[in-house]
Design a protein around this ligand. Structure first.
Ligand SMILES: C[S@@+](CC[C@H](N)C(=O)[O-])C[C@H]1O[C@@H](n2cnc3c(N)ncnc32)[C@H](O)[C@@H]1O
Length: 273
């Protein structure tokens, strides 16, 4: 427990990275709120200015991490700066809370890295989960990852590396808007890059396979946006940095007859034992 809640009178710094969830006002857990309220200083990397204003009502010292992004600046540099900013306050003996939209451990480099760094330097550090885009996707699209299985990939990884896709399960692709960006400086790539992605996917999926472009609601007045289109149309649509792409299964599950037979033999053997 001490790892989660350093004592109130601690003079030694500590770090908690918490998730705010996706939808403003309704996804924050009581535990995450408690980390925010008890912090000396709060850093915020949120998807929406309104979410930042909401956070400011919970704490008098909320410092936005958004200004560290820059046109033509590597996101990796920005994320390292975020870690440095949080760690400087931890080392100064402050109780620091980093607030990230969604889940702070899902497709998010800085919270994990800051926690590792803090622990390596002997400070208490904790990650508090939040409701991620993935959680919203399962609810809004009615997908149960347990039914057919579900692979998740950062879209560029499918282009930079040889990965094995499993088209009898779901495939969820993150950060498709900036697919193929080696430089980590761009916030979108575009149709020609998405065409490369489609070409790679077409080894396992027909071009007329129906896919889903999904965006969870981030404001309470919004509805989730669900667009259904053919895989071959993906390069032609407008895509935002918030869109996640889902490929439903393209083939039925294939029974593994050899393993089934082996299990039947085991069943028989245990029945006679
Ligand atoms: C850097 S990741 C951050 C994910 C976040 N930590 C989470 O827990 O959901 C950014 C990617 O998350 C997905 N994403 C972000 N906002 C979204 C939204 N409102 N709806 C659906 N997916 C979203 C997109 O794939 C986007 O490219």
């Amino acid at each position: 427990m001490t790892d989660h809640f350093p004592p109130q009178n601690a003079t030694r710094g500590s770090l908690a990275c918490v998730g705010l969830g996706m939808t403003l006002g309704s996804h924050l857990t009581p535990l995450a709120r408690s980390h925010i309220e008890r912090a000396d200083v709060v850093f915020a990397a949120l998807a929406h200015g309104a979410a930042e204003m909401w956070l400011q009502r919970m704490h008098p010292d909320v410092r936005s991490l958004q200004p560290y992004y820059g046109e033509g600046k590597s996101r990796q540099k920005t994320y390292r700066e975020w870690v440095d900013l949080m760690m400087a306050e931890v080392r100064a003996g402050k109780r620091v809370c980093g607030v990230f939209y969604g889940h702070p451990g899902i497709f998010a480099w800085s919270p994990r890295n800051a926690i590792e760094r803090a622990r390596a330097e002997g400070y208490a550090a904790h990650m508090e989960p939040g409701i991620s885009a993935e959680d919203c996707l399962y609810a809004d699209l009615g997908i149960d990852p347990g039914r057919f299985g579900c692979q998740h990939f950062e879209a560029s990884q499918l282009l930079f590396y040889e990965r094995r896709l499993e088209p009898t399960g779901y495939l969820v692709l993150w950060q498709v808007a900036l697919v193929g960006d080696w430089s980590l400086t761009r916030f979108e790539t575009g149709p020609a890059y998405r065409q490369v992605l489609v070409d790679v996917l077409s080894a396992d999926y027909p071009l007329d396979h129906e896919i889903i472009v999904y965006r969870a609601a981030t404001l309470p007045i919004e509805r989730p946006r669900v667009r259904r289109l053919r895989l071959g149309e993906l390069p032609d649509i407008t895509l935002t940095g918030e869109d996640t792409v889902v490929l439903p299964p393209a083939a039925p599950l294939k029974p593994n007859l050899a393993v089934r037979q082996r299990l039947q033999s085991l069943d028989k053997a245990s029945a006679f034992a």
